[in-house]
Write a protein of this length. Structure first.
Length: 181
């Protein structure tokens, strides 16, 4: 696999080596040993999630203040713009974001370590999104930061207001959100 650093070095773009011909394609979507070598530490995934959303749905920016989740995310149908926001107060990149187009066609994955908020917006008619997490979902610790917080300034590649869940409509700004030390 090819691993590319983003503007926030802990967030990585992971691209598998794809073998294709007129019959189709094959690729290894995950290899524990290679992944740990790329991130420089042992990572234990405990949960896999799969979501399907329609165009202009924006999910996020989510994180768990306790039981933080590292996420390895990818798209198996459609296309999304995926975002990670650094919520580690001790980091030089606190409050900064990185984004990447993930699609079934480009087969890119994004590694978002613990201590980051995560979100995505669907760019295609529909998208199916898969992700592995390093800790279990704990709704009592889940928090949301507003997708359009001007202090973060994410440049979402959409022209209309996105469709949000009730929870995401109530999201807080970074200034009043809980963050990590």
């Amino acid at each position: 696999m090819k691993v590319t650093l983003t503007a926030i070095p802990e967030v990585l773009i992971v691209e598998p080596k794809v073998f294709g011909d007129n019959r189709g394609f094959f690729f290894e979507s995950f290899n524990q040993a290679e992944f740990e070598l790329a991130v420089g530490r042992q990572v234990n995934f405990v949960q896999d999630n799969h979501s399907r959303s329609v165009q202009n749905v924006l999910r996020g920016l989510h994180y768990q203040i306790q039981q933080p989740q590292g996420k390895l995310v990818r798209v198996v149908q459609g296309e999304v713009f995926d975002v990670a926001v650094d919520l580690r107060e001790s980091s030089l990149t606190f409050g900064k974001w990185v984004g990447e187009i993930l699609s079934a066609d480009n087969k890119k994955q994004l590694w978002i370590p613990e201590g980051f908020a995560h979100g995505f917006v669907v760019l295609s008619e529909t998208a199916e999104f898969l992700y592995k997490t390093t800790d279990y979902y704990a709704p009592e610790f889940e928090r949301s930061i507003a997708w359009n917080d001007p202090a973060i300034g994410i440049q979402w590649p959409i022209e209309c207001k996105p469709t949000l869940s009730a929870k995401d409509q109530q999201a807080k700004t970074l200034a009043i959100s809980e963050s990590f030390a």
